[in-house]
Write a new protein. Structure first.
Length: 336
């Protein structure tokens, strides 16, 4: 596939209802996932697990991009094939997480600012030679009684915009992820307010930095109730408020919005995406960039055992197909 411009790369990733497999868990996060199934988190086990995912038949036609961790983009499959080539052979584009994680914000220590702008240009140059076509940077906004502060939102969105510009200067598509966390007992209205504020600031900063919006992908949270709020908004309400929030704050020339699942159950993440696409009436593609919501059933089926590989691949393939249907507004619960 000859994808020459940033616009072509971004559009390809979300074409025809395709979405993104987020397989960029850091080694400590991957360790936690493996602990839950009693598998040791060694380099070879992490490789075997991801190789299994990337070889699943359901990757083809349903997954347009895969976000990798630094270790993974350098690894080869058991037969010596680079993992990056396995992904390309499935018709997906390899991407790479480039941020360096969170540090406490000096002015407000319970909030964080994402690190990683130092040396980013050099890292991008190397990742391009390793086959990456797009990149990801995650900013984290927490909600509680007295946060987020305006300073936290602004600092994180400015960093996202600086990151995006450096990435585009290196001929890769930046995925910008301003995640408003679900953690907390806040209402869906509060989530709407903070998500709206964050997106407004993000697109102002992107514009100020001269970022090409047509060659950018947004990876936002959905507008939901806090995870421990007593009253949980319905699937339909989440869909309506999320679409409204995006319509008010996201420019129409952005090619695609690929949601993070943010701790939702795998079926809920699919149901929300489907409900939004059934509402319709927007110019961008609304799709998925799920980690746990795509991988969890596969991880549980695998348990680190070779005899379970086929079953685990079927579990991933099923979720990928369900989410593609949802990205086209064609899913329903009976298909599960």
């Amino acid at each position: 596939m000859s994808l020459n411009t940033l616009e072509e790369i971004a559009q390809y990733i979300v074409s025809d209802g395709k979405g993104i497999l987020a397989a960029d868990e850091s080694n400590p996060t991957c360790g936690k996932r493996f602990d839950s199934i009693g598998v040791e988190s060694t380099e070879s086990n992490r490789r075997d697990y991801r190789e299994m995912l990337f070889r699943s038949s359901g990757m083809k036609d349903n997954i347009g991009g895969v976000i990798l961790f630094d270790e993974t983009i350098r690894q080869n499959a058991q037969d010596g094939t680079p993992l990056v080539d396995l992904i390309k052979n499935q018709g997906a584009l390899p991407g790479i997480k480039v941020d360096k994680g969170l540090a406490p914000l000096e002015s407000s220590p319970e909030e964080t600012l994402t690190q990683g702008l130092d040396g980013l240009d050099e890292r991008c140059k190397e990742y391009l030679t390793l086959g990456a076509k797009f990149t990801k940077w995650r900013a984290v906004i927490k909600i509680s009684d007295d946060i987020p502060t305006d300073g936290c939102i602004q600092a994180n969105m400015e960093a996202l915009a600086k990151y995006a510009k450096i990435v585009q200067d290196n001929n890769m598509v930046p995925m910008v992820e301003p995640e408003v966390l679900m953690d907390g007992n806040h209402s869906i209205e509060k989530c709407y307010e903070i998500t709206s504020k964050s997106l407004k600031m993000l697109f102002k900063c992107l514009k100020d930095e001269g970022v090409n919006i047509g060659g950018t992908i947004l990876k936002p949270n959905m507008v939901t109730s806090g995870s421990i709020a007593e009253s949980q908004a319905s699937i339909q309400k989440v869909a309506e408020m999320t679409v409204q929030c995006l319509k008010e704050n996201v420019p129409s020339d952005l090619p695609g919005i690929t949601f993070l699942s943010g701790g939702q159950s795998d079926v809920n993440a699919t149901a929300h995406l489907d409900a939004m696409n059934k509402i319709g009436g927007f110019s961008w593609k609304l799709s998925f960039s799920y980690g746990r919501a795509l991988q969890q059933p596969s991880l549980k089926a695998w348990l680190g055992k070779e005899e379970n590989i086929t079953k685990a691949q079927e579990a991933l393939s099923h979720r990928a197909i369900m989410n593609k249907l949802a990205a086209n507004g064609a899913w329903n619960l009976d298909l599960e």
